[in-house]
Write a protein that binds this ligand. Structure first.
Ligand code: PGA
Length: 256
């Protein structure tokens, strides 16, 4: 995690349940809080359930070390936006963070960098941490454009006032999400180093050093330790393997 002996930010392991989970899934939260009791945690643990479960999950995690986040928010605080949810509403339901700009939102809902930035700013106004996702497609990687794509997304999506306290970056190569494929440790190290450098330019070195850069895309209990040992990887954004407490705890333990 730490590079050149510099203090790295505390790791964050965040689970993104995506459009999965009903009341029956709350048992996984109960199991996870139980499993965490015996663990000497060195990372922060977060679960981002669907909005329908956010309040219920928060009731369950009150006395545990699990925090919660939303998966997306509207850029406005309230208003005539049928079906949308604001960052303030997520906060009201107990969330301390919200994921913005996930590649599935960018692809399914045509969200641009400007949209993502507006959502991140809305998260900040509501007192939430914005987890801003960026990452290249397979075509872009094959074309040798991964660093350029990530730079563009970072520049376009990151609010100027982002700090290590209010913002987390998640590097998620689109082709690694839900596929079982991951970049090599060298490839991840190169992108994370690049992101760290760009952050220094965009928000200043102090905030850039303090900002967590998560890796996401097919993180599993079996590869978590190897991924977390990579320089400038300050945690993981986990999809499929966060749905079952038995898998998620394996990843958390690799960071603890
Ligand atoms: P995955 O998803 O872990 O299932 O690959 C990661 C994500 O999309 O955040």
């Amino acid at each position: 995690m730490a590079e050149n002996g510099k203090g790295a930010p505390k790791a964050l392991v965040a689970g993104n349940w995506k459009m999965n989970g009903t009341k029956a899934s709350l048992k996984e939260i109960r199991l996870l809080s139980g499993m965490l009791k015996g663990v000497r945690l060195k990372c922060d643990v977060m679960v981002c359930p669907p909005a329908t479960l956010l309040g219920k999950v928060n009731d369950l995690v009150k006395s545990s070390r699990i925090s919660t986040g939303g998966q997306d928010c509207h850029a406005a605080p309230s208003g005539a936006h049928t079906g949308d949810i604001s960052a303030a509403m997520m906060g009201d339901a107990g969330a301390s963070a919200v994921i913005v700009g996930h590649s599935e939102r960018r692809a399914d809902h045509g969200e641009s960098n400007a949209d993502v930035k507006a959502k991140a700013e809305a998260a900040h106004r509501a007192g939430l941490t914005a987890i801003i996702c960026i990452g290249e497609t397979l075509e872009e990687r094959k074309a040798g454009a991964a660093l350029r794509v990530v730079s563009g997304q970072l520049k376009g999506s990151l609010p100027a006032k982002a700090t290590g306290d209010n913002t987390v970056i998640a590097y998620e190569p689109v082709w690694a999400i839900g596929t079982g494929l991951t970049p090599t440790p060298q490839e991840i190290a190169a992108v994370h180093k690049h992101i760290r450098k760009r952050l220094g330019v965009l928000v200043g070195e102090k905030h850039g050093e303090a900002m967590r850069i998560l890796y996401g895309g097919s993180v599993k209990p079996g590869n978590a330790a190897e991924l977390m040992a990579i320089d400038n990887v300050d945690g993981a954004l986990v999809g499929g393997a966060s749905l079952k407490a038995a898998d998620f705890i394996g990843i958390i333990k690799a960071y603890s």
